[in-house]
Design a protein around this ligand. Structure first.
Ligand SMILES: C[S@@+](CC[C@H](N)C(=O)[O-])C[C@H]1O[C@@H](n2cnc3c(N)ncnc32)[C@H](O)[C@@H]1O
Length: 186
């Protein structure tokens, strides 16, 4: 099924609604500080940033606040319900520096060399985001100086090694479950 169909599928959106309850739970906010993870992932005021798989916006709103008026966030997710919910939350919070785009991050449609940072937070490993397609796309849209911040939860698994072995990125830092990568080839 292509992403457009997937995004509109009733079953996927129903399942996403259940997943959204966990993503937005109070317990999650008690256990995880999104601001600390965003800073560990390399987020700074004024950057142009892509968030892959924004879900219900656990990281999106804090990221928008850190970026400030001089920064810009593109929050991307294929699922209709998530996109709608994140837009509503941003409107309610009065945050205007975010574009929420319903799209498959394997084909972002963004310009070459246009981003300072790509955020992959809680989205890897994920069946809809195979690394062999995702990493070339992230490499294409990041500036030569751009970084990729990856928060691995619940499992770290083989992901960091697989990213390095891809040849597109090399690891520059790690703090707990948050890894930062830079482009390895240009
Ligand atoms: C486990 S959720 C994490 C959501 C959010 N990052 C969080 O931590 O709350 C994974 C998200 O990735 C999204 N996703 C799956 N395949 C995707 C794709 N090809 N492009 C963009 N997002 C995708 C899903 O719809 C879902 O919102």
């Amino acid at each position: 099924m292509n992403t457009e169909k997937l995004g509109k599928s009733r079953l996927m959106n129903f399942l996403a609604r259940l997943g959204g309850i966990a993503m937005e739970s109070r317990l999650r906010h008690l256990l995880f500080d999104p601001v600390a993870t965003l800073r560990d992932a390399g987020l700074k005021p004024g950057q142009t940033v892509l968030e892959v798989g924004c879900g219900t916006g656990f990281f999106t709103l804090p990221a928008a606040r850190i970026l400030g008026n001089s920064g810009h966030l593109i929050a991307m997710d294929p699922l209709t319900d998530y996109v709608k919910r994140v837009r509503e939350k941003l409107d309610a919070a009065g945050l205007q520096n975010v574009n929420v785009i319903q799209r498959d991050a394997l084909h972002t449609g963004l310009e070459n060399n246009s981003l300072d940072l790509a955020l992959l937070l809680g989205v890897l490993p994920y069946p809809g985001l195979p690394l062999n397609q995702l990493l070339p796309e992230m490499h294409r849209v990041l500036k030569p100086t751009g970084k990729m911040g990856v928060w691995l939860f619940p499992v770290t698994g083989l992901v960091p090694g697989a990213i390095t072995r891809s040849g597109f990125f090399s690891q520059v830092s790690r703090k707990n479950r948050t890894y930062v990568f830079e482009s390895a080839r240009r």
